[in-house]
Design a binder for this molecule. Sequence first.
Ligand code: C2G
Length: 155
Amino acid sequence: MKTVITYGTFDLFHVGHVKLLRRLRGLGDRLVIGLSTDEFNLGKGKKTVVPYEQREEILRAVRYVDDVFPEACWEQKAEDIRREQASIFAMGDDWAGKFDHLSEFVEVIYLPRTAGISTTDLKQVMQGLRDERVDSVRHALDHARMLLDELAKLG
Ligand code: C2G
């Protein structure tokens, strides 16, 4: 039984995450995920949109994922690897080189990220939609105010 272990926030779950998890599962017989808690994520300078419990439920529904446990600190990986008896630690290559120290316990692999999509991009799209909605409401109010002014002139 070859266990692959990975870590992440997986906020606003998207196709980049799916493609990574599919490739990770293909490296072994079992895939387990250290899912960043909301608090740990704040420590990474990122505020999660989707709370931990929902991100966990989504990941557990993914066919490639066999188990999910909380990632609450940077230092827990060696213990997780031992507990899960993982033989491969793998991440997207935005982390290339950052976890080479774990090669003392496990094979360390970095896989190419999926280009063109990220949680940050999705947050910006949502912000853009909010801005558009605010602008359209503001425009409607300006138009209503103009009509009221015209009506007031008619007496
Ligand atoms: N990813 C990817 N392609 C994307 C976006 C993300 O392959 N377009 C990968 C990342 O490289 C990472 C995983 O998906 O391996 C999860 O991404 P994040 O949720 O952004 O993970 P991160 O916040 O980087 O947390 O201790 C490690 C950290 O917990 C990693």
